[in-house]
Design a protein around this ligand. Structure first.
Ligand code: PAF
Length: 283
């Protein structure tokens, strides 16, 4: 595996691939890699000839009161993990390379960025959309892979690639979970043992609501109450619990047989904010 830090080095690598007629898969990340990221890289290897990954803790997607400075980092461990997952090129630029002095171009995606994390983290999706657009423009991969755990992010990225006609396939991949159901996240590293135990309320609430829908419950209010009850029991402070249309992210009052639903939750354990979501459909 080759590790590079400048756009020129990336372009030299991708130009060589293009000459050889090889397909490229890209996995953008912010590092502190876990099995969720590695499964994206392995899937990239099944979908393309060569896999590239990026590690960049993107300052533009953190708000002024958020955890940029304490975001967990492990550059050496991450490099080893990328190599073991079949990554051929790892791009780890410094912030001044991505946003040099005088930088002033931003990508905003209107509707799907609204509500959910978009409201709670103002400017977050502008930062995500901008850096992902820059990475897709730089690498020009045939396919880019993202986890469904960040479901609103995935819809924002799908929308921007379609609207800007970037000609890249966006492959959303299922959330990878710990054996007890907790969605894998770099932020899980912040949890104390007690918070880690209580964090299970997010996935358990979602799974219970999912089962209720399978058993015929259609009303959003009832399904959301199931999740809220779990959060309250575990003393997880709710940020949001919402039922949305899985593609447009429009709010849903009821589940209907032909409408793809997504149930999304965000909650705080101490200072740590976790998110999770599941597909939800009538049985
Ligand atoms: O999901 C992430 O890790 C980040 O939001 C992404 C997509 C790499 C953009 O910085």
């Amino acid at each position: 595996m080759k590790t590079v830090t400048t756009p020129e080095e990336v372009r030299a690598f991708t130009a060589a691939l293009a000459r050889e007629g090889k397909r490229l898969a890209l996995v953008p990340t912010m590092g502190f890699l876990h099995e969720g990221h590695l499964s994206l890289m392995r899937e990239g290897g099944r979908r393309a000839d060569v896999v590239a990954a990026t590690i960049f803790v993107n300052p533009a997607q953190f708000g002024p009161t958020e955890d940029l400075a304490r975001y967990p980092r492990d550059p050496e461990g991450d490099a080893k993990k990328c190599a073991s997952a079949g990554v051929a090129l790892l791009y780890t630029p410094e912030p001044a390379i991505v946003y040099p002095p005088g930088y002033q171009t931003w990508v905003t995606v209107d509707e799907v960025s609204k509500g959910l994390c978009g409201d709670r983290r103002p400017g977050h999706f502008r930062g995500v959309a901008t850096v992902v657009t820059k990475l897709l423009a730089l690498f020009r991969p045939q396919v880019a892979l993202f986890g469904e755990k960040d479901f609103q992010q995935l819809q924002v990225i799908r929308r921007l690639t379609a609207d800007l006609e970037l000609g890249v396939e966006i492959a959303g991949q299922p959330t990878i979970r710990e054996t007890d159901g907790l969605a894998m996240s770099s932020r899980n590293a912040y949890l104390s043992p007690d918070e880690r135990r209580r964090a299970l309320a997010l996935s358990q609430g979602l799974f219970e609501a999912q089962a209720a829908a399978k058993a015929g419950e259609t009303k959003a209010a009832v399904l959301l109450a199931r999740v809220r009850a779990r959060l309250a029991q575990a003393e997880v402070r709710e940020d949001y619990v919402e039922l949305r249309h899985a593609e447009t992210l429009a709010p849903l009052e009821v589940l209907a047989p032909t409408v793809p639903g997504r149930l999304l939750v965000a909650g705080f354990l101490g200072k740590t904010r976790l998110i999770d979501n599941v597909a939800i459909a009538l049985g």
